[in-house]
Design a protein around this ligand. Structure first.
Ligand code: SAM
Length: 199
């Protein structure tokens, strides 16, 4: 059992408030699909998954922390939303190829998983990835460099195999720091192509 997984489990055992849906969802709602299969990957308490299910998407939500999935299941039931919240270690069991029309990743970065995630999109499917940047103030981002993006890195990670559609990078304001802590990328898997991964 990994220490990191236990850390996330214990964080989610005492939840006092729920985060708002990722801001990138609201910025891009004009382009995101309203039908099809969606995944909130590393969903945590699943505010993004609830937003996607409420929009009409057939929604899955995966995270390895059981208490987060239990809380999300209760929230979905209370709101009358039929999303499928499942415990899943994404490194041990990456998403299957060609399964989703939209994948949301919010505040999660595991670079080695990117080819499998891109391949999990159907042709024409959308990726929305929002996460922390190294330019954020130290108290508003993870300490480990492996969990934060370098400036411009989000596009380099996903394009290709995906096509970039919209991109937001925090503006650096002073001494290398930015006022916002997260960058986001909206990208699409080209129609009629296969990615380099296993599909
Ligand atoms: C910073 S939280 C973000 C949660 C949510 N997406 C949000 O934006 O509020 C990172 C999440 O990644 C999950 N996570 C980390 N490694 C994972 C893995 N290997 N498999 C599944 N979930 C993982 C953690 O349990 C945690 O819920």
């Amino acid at each position: 059992m990994s220490d990191r997984r236990d850390l996330w489990r214990s964080r989610y055992r005492s939840v006092e408030s729920f985060p708002a849906p990722p801001g990138a969802l609201l910025c891009n709602q004009d382009l995101l699909p309203t039908r099809g299969a969606a995944l909130d990957l590393a969903c945590g308490l699943g505010s993004g998954a609830l937003w996607l299910a409420d929009r009409g998407l057939d929604t899955w939500a995966w995270d390895w922390a059981e208490p987060a999935i239990a809380t999300l299941t209760q929230r979905a039931a209370a709101q009358g939303l039929a999303l499928r919240a499942e415990v899943r270690d994404l490194v041990a069991v990456p998403p299957e190829p060609g399964r989703f029309d939209l994948i949301l990743i919010s505040r999660f970065l595991h670079r080695a998983l990117i080819p499998a995630i891109a391949a999990a999109l159907r042709p024409g499917g959308w990726l929305l990835h929002q996460t922390f940047t190294a330019t954020a103030p130290a108290d508003r981002r993870p300490a480990s460099p492996s969990h934060v993006l370098q400036p411009g890195e989000l596009i380099e990670l996903w394009v290709p195999p995906l096509e970039g559609v919209r991109h937001h990078e925090p503006t650096t304001v002073s001494k290398g720091h930015a006022t916002e802590s997260e960058a986001w990328l909206l990208a699409q898997r080209p129609e009629g192509t296969s990615t380099k991964s296993s599909d």
